[in-house]
Ligand binder design. Sequence first.
Ligand code: THU
Length: 136
Amino acid sequence: MSESENQLIEQATAARVRSVAPFSKFLVGAALQTDEGKVFTGCNVESASYGLTVCAERVAIWKALSEGERDFARLVIVADTEQLTPPCGTCRQIIWEFCKHATIVLANLHGQKEEVHIADLLPRAFDARFLREARQ
Ligand code: THU
């Protein structure tokens, strides 16, 4: 049985408290569900060399890809903000490339949630099609 949206939000919320965010103290959790219902969670992991920080979404995506998964149905992102936290620009690019068909669910700790789609968050995206099209 595949997880319901609320169960996925619970899993992302549980992942969020495992965040390693000593610098920003901004905790984010993610839960990525495959088409077959498997779930991979992620949290943000910060580095003292700030730019090496990895967002919760990408941690979940890297975990799933490295386990051989390729087809994703849903990506939940949970943060403790009134205005629901959307993925950053880097994550939008990665979501476009690897989770294009997934419904993205933004949620907070107060039960608010919203479904969005990557094509709306990242219009006119760059991807491998352009590399194939380039003249040699
Ligand atoms: N962060 C995420 O993990 N996901 C987002 O969607 C937005 C930002 C993290 C990165 C960094 O550890 C902290 O939040 C502050 O930017």
